[in-house]
Design a protein around this ligand. Structure first.
Ligand SMILES: Nc1nc2c(ncn2[C@@H]2O[C@H](COP(=O)(O)OP(=O)(O)O)[C@@H](O)[C@H]2O)c(=O)[nH]1
Ligand SMILES: [Mg+2]
Length: 352
């Protein structure tokens, strides 16, 4: 699943990209590990030869948005952003003479302005399409694809005109499918990162905290980061990180929270396979079955699926190991239709 960094020039996208990649960034697309304390605990207990965390694909190849009023989004930006499953909007909230900016630094204006551009882009598509559907004869046939599309677009138009992004709306199945097919930008999940100055990382200004609260109310996760600090943390030896964080008044790296929120906003949960040769965290769409989990590991394992041994994470943690969990009667055998729970440890018995 693709996550795209978007924002104005010089807002800190590339700095945050390098930080989230923890020194493994190459080019403009990197598989970024998803921080997970549960996984860390499993790894510490199992001590496997190979450790493979869950990752998301972070893309820093989307054209920066040009600052200044009256500048619409470029076609290149639109084409690139439409390919993404989630948009990570980096907003400049730091002031620095070394990083020239298009105007006075104003984080609230920039956050809202880019959102408005996304909304207007979608509104234009909806209006154009509605105009054509109004003339279409098939759109008068209840139940026809054109009819359904017309109903959905009529539902989207009002909120878009009021500046409401599609992602804030409750849509039915038809609506969600059409929004996905049209790749509406304001309908894509979004996470916002306000990139504040180093001195504000631990206690962000009130106006930014208020905006974060407002965004969360409409279902958009938002955070404060200081991209250069995050980059510094990422370069430290993990053992030295806690002291450094503490000296800055932080509990954990902000980029951890951001990547975690991105993962959740993509609708993903995690299951674990705890083997001595390899222990691995696997992303899985929420609501997926054990068969789908098996297929995520390998299509052969899904084909030869017999049963899955399942231990819920809480039971694993309480017992201290898989063996102990089994001895305590906390391991169950489940079939293909079992709905995997976030944190489950699975061992899939199969014929292959
Ligand atoms: N002082 C300060 N400089 C920053 C911060 N974030 C980014 N920069 C600097 O701003 C410039 C632009 O950052 P970059 O990540 O390349 O922005 P991009 O154009 O959005 O990719 C670089 O010189 C960064 O070092 C920050 O939080 N504080
Ligand atoms: Mg950049």
């Amino acid at each position: 699943l693709k996550v795209g960094l978007i924002g104005y020039e010089q807002s800190g996208k590339s700095t945050l990209y390098r930080a989230a990649a923890r020194g493994t960034a190459k080019g403009s697309v990197t598989a970024v590990p998803v921080p997970d304390e549960r996984f860390d605990k499993i790894v510490a207990q199992v001590k496997p030869k190979k450790v493979t965390p869950a990752t998301i694909m972070l893309n820093d190849d989307i054209e920066s948005v040009k600052g200044g009023t009256g500048k619409a989004l470029s076609q290149r930006f639109l084409d690139e952003a439409r390919k993404m499953d989630l948009l990570l909007h980096v907003v400049r909230a730091f002031d620095s003479p070394i990083a020239p900016y298009h105007d006075d630094v104003d984080a609230l204006r920039d956050q809202a302005a880019l959102e408005v551009e996304l909304v207007l882009t979608d509104l234009q598509i909806v209006e154009n399409r509605l105009e054509r559907l109004q003339k279409s004869l098939t759109a008068r046939n209840p139940g026809s694809p054109d009819y359904i599309e017309k109903m959905v677009f009529e539902r989207l138009k009002g909120p878009l005109e009021n500046g409401t992004p599609i992602r804030a709306l409750e849509l039915d199945e038809d609506g969600r499918t059409i929004v996905r097919n049209y790749q509406f930008l304001s309908g894509k999940p979004m996470v916002v990162a306000f990139n504040v100055g180093e001195d504000q990382a631990a206690s962000p200004p009130d106006h930014i905290q208020e905006r974060i609260a407002k965004l969360r109310e409409i279902g958009t996760q938002a955070f404060v980061v200081s991209a250069p600090i995050e980059e510094e943390i990422a370069q430290l030896d993990p053992a030295d990180q806690p002291d450094f964080l503490q000296s800055l008044g932080l509990d954990r790296p902000a980029s951890d929270k951001v990547i975690r929120a991105v993962y959740d906003a993509l609708g993903l949960i995690t299951f674990f396979t705890a083997g001595e040769s390899e222990t691995r965290a696997w992303p899985l769409p929420r609501g997926s079955t054990a068969l789908k989990a098996a297929d995520t590991i390998h299509s052969d394992i899904a084909r030869g699926f017999i049963r899955s041994e399942v231990v819920h994470y809480a039971d694993y943690e309480a017992a201290g190991s898989l063996d102990a969990a089994q001895a305590a009667g906390k391991m169950t055998l489940e079939g293909k239709e079992y709905v995997v729970q976030d944190g489950d440890l699975l061992h899939i018995r199969n014929k292959s």
